[in-house]
Write a protein that binds this ligand. Sequence first.
Ligand SMILES: *Cc1c(COP(=O)(O)O)cnc(C)c1O
Length: 367
Amino acid sequence: MTPTLDVTTTFPLERHASPVDATTRAGLLENPGFGRIFTDHMAVARWNAEKGWHDLAIQPRASLQMDPACAVLHYAQEIFEGLKAYRTDDGGVTLFRADANARRFRESARRMAMAELPEDLFLASIDALVAADREWIPAIEGGSLYLRPFMIASEVFLGVKPSAEYLYMVIASPAGAYFKGSAPSITVWVSEDYTRAAPGGTGAAKCGGNYAASLQAQAEAIREGCDQVVFLDAVQRAEVEELGGMNTFFVFDDGSIQTPPLTGTILPGITRDSILTLARDEGLGVREAPYSIDAWEADAASGRLRESFACGTAAVVTPIGRVRGRSRDFRIGNGGPGELTSRLRERLVAIQKQQAPDPHGWVRRIL
Ligand SMILES: *Cc1c(COP(=O)(O)O)cnc(C)c1O
């Protein structure tokens, strides 16, 4: 989907009077890391019942003034998205499946009883901000401009109800290569005391509250010397669901792949969907079906399970080499990145960089 709106008139640019100078910016972009540095501008839009969406603009990036009784600070009515703008070899700029982020943002809003931002406004806000801050896209190998759209309940009221006002914003943060070269394998910690999402809860919405609820388990994983936490389903504490911010995949000796189904407790990742599509394109057997932690351990031991990986926009595809828990510790394959894991990662990255054909029309050139 391409935006049907005229981007520059929909989100008019109020240019920063004193942006970061080119030399300082070049220095920052040499090693941007992730989420530490930010561009000169931000997209803003407000909603209330009377005016609908209004005050749309690209403005100089600045701190927010907030009343301490602002609803989001108390009841966490908040959603967000994460996507990247890429620099192409010929100096252009592309987005990967931004229309899917726009749709998911609306679905998250609905679940959190928030105003829904029309998808063409979402896309226009992204296009306009990237155009204003295009000099901030790192030229380094694997670099991108990470875009963080989010929306908060901005009504000043302590009563518990859906807010009557919302503030939508997009901020942008230059990001380096998540990994240098091929992705190293991670060790995941199986959380037995904490779950991430229960049936009927908000697990399928991209909301800050899900992350708040995952931090204690993630901290435990780090204390145990692991990289990430893996959550089990909240009812039986048996089925593998996902990591704190990445979906999970399993690769079997017959060449088939499997991922947990979207039953409401798992975030419907766009990377997950892209991997499923690429695997089906290749003619691989693909299953969206529950997989228990006991089966994961048994199949890893028998050799039936060959590879496992996690996936999401930030790190694309990350091999899982080892699984630990209070009463388990097993290795996947030889503990290193698996063959299919690496191939799927490379195919996806090649499409994102426009170095391979894009049969599904996932990449949209915006500049
Ligand atoms: C964002 C997110 C993902 C990955 O989604 P992508 O669209 O692939 O970036 C997976 N799990 C959780 C909990 C997330 O918030």
